[in-house]
Write a protein that binds this ligand. Structure first.
Ligand SMILES: [Zn+2]
Length: 355
């Protein structure tokens, strides 16, 4: 991003920025490559005080600045301190880096080996905090960091899974001292709305969650090697009639909003060596027909002995009228290609929608 693009994107996202000193031309580009960029890294400063913006700009003799691209103060101002390569990430593990590139929903524990130059590939923000686990992050400050990350993801058309904590790129670090799973969820929620979105709303009714609980009691055979939608046959609660009738497999939201699915399936008839993929499908729906489908694989399960219980959580912004399916694809071990197809049963789905 150019400096102008950065300023424009951050302002649109509601980031309160201060352009600090000569940040537009302040970088480490003379020491190494900057780009292609793949993601953003969240840090805490491990120190607080009035000189932190200058520290982030200048760095130290051992670690010259800029030591990040942006600094989020406790008072919830985001200082822009660097534009280009910055000394914030150091080296990264390849498995962590590849998970960002794939925008994987899981971010593995980083390998010990660190062949990746993180300062080439990542934007970084320093969040003012002692980092001792007891120093709180004011809500306004945290919100600014979420907005900063979301603005860059939105510009690059990245998902929230392009955001990692420093502690997720390398074993050398422990920052930031908050949950990155929650942080990514907060970024994802922003990305499901237009850039100017403000969470909450003035009327308490705006935030009433809708809860629906679907289940699956009857066994359903699922052929090897094909995506098959799971069919719901039990309705524990559906106050808003938001899923289809009878054996309709989908969930049909009545409002455009954010939705959390917490699901679990029991799969029988698989053996070690077999594999089960699970994905969500979001279908645009017009005149009783699917007119477009978005999918995300959220479980890639290696079979263990006995029945498999597969947990399949999922969060996404949904538009009114879109259908959400859960589909499974079992893949047999090569020597079991002729084995009987497995079956799915005992599915439970709690769906919470903020509308
Ligand atoms: Zn860090």
């Amino acid at each position: 991003m150019t400096a102008d693009q950065m300023v424009k994107a951050l302002k649109a996202e509601g980031v309160r920025i201060k352009e600090h000193r000569s940040w537009r031309s302040h970088n480490r580009n003379h020491k190494g490559a900057w780009g292609g960029v793949n993601g953003v890294v969240i840090h805490h400063t491990a120190g607080v005080g009035s000189g932190m913006a200058d520290y982030c700009y200048d760095g130290t003799a051992d670690l010259p600045g800029p030591v990040c691209h942006a600094f989020a103060s406790k008072a919830a101002t985001v200082y822009l301190v660097g534009n280009g390569r910055a000394n914030h990430a150091g080296t990264f593990a390849n498995n962590a880096h590849q998970a960002v590139i794939r925008e994987s929903s899981t971010h593995p524990r980083p390998d010990a080996a660190e062949p990746i130059d993180g300062n080439t590939h990542y934007y970084g923000i320093e969040t003012e905090n002692r980092g001792d686990g007891s120093d709180p992050y004011p809500a306004a400050q945290y919100d600014q960091v979420v907005r900063w990350a979301a603005a860059i993801c939105r510009f690059h058309k990245w998902s929230a899974d392009s955001v990692i904590g420093h502690k997720e790129g390398t074993r050398r670090k422990i920052d930031p001292s908050f949950s990155m799973a929650t942080f990514r969820k907060d970024v994802a929620e922003r990305l499901s709305h237009p850039a100017g979105w403000n969470p909450g709303g003035t009327s308490p009714e705006d935030d009433m969650p809708i809860r629906t609980s679907l289940g699956k009691d009857k066994s359903q055979s699922v052929p090897w090697g094909e995506w098959t939608a799971v069919t719901w046959d039990v309705e524990h609660a559906d106050p808003h009639k938001q899923h289809g009738d009878g054996n309709h497999p989908g969930y049909l939201p009545k409002t455009s909003s954010w939705a959390d699915f917490n699901g679990r399936l029991r799969v029988s008839g698989m053996e070690p060596g077999d594999q089960l993929q699970v994905r969500y499908e979001v279908h645009d729906w017009k005149n009783g027909k699917s007119t477009g489908v978005w999918t995300e694989i959220i479980a890639d399960h290696q079979a263990t002995p006995g029945d498999q219980f597969v947990s399949v959580p999922f969060s996404k912004g949904l538009k009114k009228g879109q259908h959400v399916y859960v589909a499974v694809k079992p893949i047999p071990a090569p020597e079991r290609a002729d084995a009987k197809a497995p079956s799915v049963t005992d599915g439970r789905w709690a769906i919470r929608q903020d509308g």
